[in-house]
Ligand binder design. Structure first.
Ligand code: HEC
Ligand code: HEC
Length: 345
């Protein structure tokens, strides 16, 4: 008798799992087609989280929703605002209850290409994992994914979108994957510099062209700010302070090694005109201050990169260099309605 019950349970469980597998098998949400800018390579998309229209839509809703934070006061977009190329205009970001985060918010344009490590110290490997950081940090959302999922379950729109995107009820898997997918769609590659590179000789002024020559050839900024994103994403010390940095030891925070003291990820420079204040601690407010820093050759520091060497620019050349940096602004991107909240009824 007992054996028979066991067998029945076994058959029932098998049928249920067949149904589940069949259900997942039949679940094929529509793919999201990335609009990859001219001249950009195809990005790597993780196999476990294909880009789909529904997941991107869900991720976008969550990105702009303040209910992600404990007291529902702050969303991802509070610190990553689309019109500022997903930065916040502060030296160091502020989360719930105006608590200060120790670092400057980086922009999120083209973050899909950063597969080597995120944050100023490259401490987090994937976009999916990165979401845990703001959610749990005391100074950011001070919350947790399970409680966010509970809030989502009370909202029929989120329940519907979770089903459409992953065939699941709202849960941490759905939250992290959908937001990561929305972030993967944040692409910027139509600045006047790009138009010039793609064949329109008139897209840049004479001053911007002169600045480009300084940046690429004479001053060798491209030793670190290279490639289509203007970064090799290596960890470097660009000599902001002497010896120990006041707020933050950079990569050393993770490795505890002296050779990593005060090394920070080289940031990309697209849309740099609107992403200030600059550096990991927002210590420079203008591009002029940044250039003055590089002209001085920086402070002496045991880990200073050898490429940081003093140089002299006259006023005209400094203007040229700043004009070039400003030609990296992609106005179409800053106004793109696909990156703003789309309220659905
Ligand atoms: C309180 C402000 C704040 C909030 C809220 C916030 N961020 Fe950030 N974000 C930052 C700061 C500051 C950093 C840099 C942190 C570091 O390097 O340790 C950062 C870094 C990142 C990075 C790494 C980018 C890179 O170039 O390495 C990503 C991706 C990101 N945030 C996405 C998000 C998402 C998604 C959310 C919402 C779930 C979010 N952020 C919420 C301030 C914020
Ligand atoms: C040795 C590598 C290296 C070289 C060479 C270099 N930089 Fe940087 N740059 C960095 C690093 C690292 C940071 C970020 C430091 C930090 O976060 O504290 C940075 C930051 C910047 C920023 C601020 C970006 C932001 O979003 O905060 C600008 C602008 C910039 N560099 C421009 C230049 C220019 C112009 C040159 C050439 C004169 C140059 N860099 C040469 C490594 C370099």
């Amino acid at each position: 008798m007992q054996r028979k019950v066991k067998r029945n349970i076994f058959i029932l469980l098998s049928c249920l799992s067949m149904l589940f597998i069949f259900g997942q098998f039949n679940f094929m949400p529509e793919a999201f087609k990335l609009k990859i800018p001219a001249g950009f390579p195809d990005p790597l998309i993780p196999e476990g989280n294909p880009l789909t229209k529904a997941s991107v839509e869900l991720g976008r809703e969550l990105f702009f929703d303040t209910f992600m934070s404990r007291d529902s006061s702050v969303s991802c977009a509070s610190c990553h605002h689309p019109h500022r190329a997903f930065t916040d205009g502060l030296s160091r970001s502020r989360g719930i209850k105006d608590r200060e985060v120790g670092r400057n918010a980086p922009g999120l344009a083209n973050v899909v290409y950063q597969t080597e490590g995120l944050l100023h110290d490259k401490g987090v490997p994937t976009l999916e994992m990165q979401i845990l950081v703001p959610v749990q940090e005391h100074n950011e959302f001070d919350f947790n994914l399970l409680l966010i999922a509970e809030r989502m379950k009370n909202n029929p729109l989120y329940v519907k979108l979770s089903k459409e995107a992953y065939n699941l009820e709202p849960n941490p898997y759905v939250i992290t994957r959908s937001i990561a997918n929305f972030e993967r769609t944040i692409l910027s590659g139509n600045s006047r510099y790009d138009q010039f590179i793609n064949g329109d000789d008139d897209a840049l002024s004479e001053s911007e062209k002169a600045g480009m020559n300084l940046f690429m050839n004479e001053l060798k900024c491209t030793a670190c700010h290279s490639g289509f994103l203007f970064s090799d994403f290596s960890l470097r010390n660009n000599a902001l302070y002497t010896n120990a940095y006041p707020l933050d030891s950079g990569r050393m925070r993770l490795t505890h090694k002296e050779v990593d003291r005060d090394l920070f990820k080289v940031p990309g420079l697209r849309n740099i005109e609107v992403t200030g204040p600059y550096m990991h601690d927002g210590s420079f407010h203008t591009l002029g201050e940044v250039i003055d820093h590089y002209q001085s050759g920086g402070k002496s520091h045991p880990n200073k990169s050898k490429e940081i060497q003093a140089f002299v620019l006259n006023e005209q050349e400094k203007t040229n260099l700043i004009d070039f940096l400003k030609s990296l602004t992609d106005d179409e991107f800053l106004r793109n309605p696909e990156y703003t909240m789309q309220v659905r009824q």
